[in-house]
Ligand binder design. Sequence first.
Ligand SMILES: [Zn+2]
Length: 288
Amino acid sequence: MSSWPRIPQSALGPLALGSLLILLAALFAGGRTTTRFAPNSAVQLPAGVERPIPPGATPTPWPLSGTYTGQMGMLRLAVAEGLLDPQAQENLVTDLDQALAYVVQRTAMAPHSPLDVYVGLEPGCGLHGIAYTDVRRVQVFTCPTLPLNRAVNILAHEFVHQLCHDRYGDRHLQADLVLAEGIATWGAGRYWLGDAPHFRAFVAPWLRRGEELPLGLSYVGLPISDMNKLYYQWASFVEYLIETYGREAFDALYVTGQGRPGSADYVGIYGRNFDELEAAWKAWVLQG
Ligand SMILES: [Zn+2]
């Protein structure tokens, strides 16, 4: 057992420093009928919604005490006391190691050094995650009644945020939100896709029904279902950019962001502005 240090103040605050993933467990509770905005296959996914942290605000640090289980590969894992039995904890270590290997392979980005993973207890059973990429720490909060794989799904997304920081450096902290969350969701791949083969297929039904949201929309204040939808749309947009223009151009684009959605230098890199690319993305999805 060991106590974890408090999160440094430098890690708190600006949205780009981390990402807070809030999921309402009730939305996905088995058998309960709620508004569903994604295919049934996606219901047990993280179906991510990340709540932006307003400028100047700080998320409340959770006490980081837990059972320290040591390091496996690039992961140093700690789990809140009483959250998991030893077998579940062992399975979690293996699952997270596999998840990291998967996103590393899928995104072609590798961690520079080990990262800390904390699995905490959320008494209210709301599932949420956060990445403090400058201090190499990702966290997820869950409760014993939630399937553990959902925490793994969330962490797969958070891992990609860390990989982005490692690849792009501190420019990651000012990345265009569309690209930062888009690549984190896209990079999590199968952990977010369920039965869908790719994000293009995942979002296509929304576009066919005219139910998509504008890509440049700020998700502040949006209902959870819309925030979730934006994450999948952004993943598909990233998929489109990489497939159409290649990874090298995407990398060049990523480091030009100014935080807000649509703020990267799309014209400078692709010769088309954000609106034009959004229109092209829609056409690409619909012809898929
Ligand atoms: Zn994220």
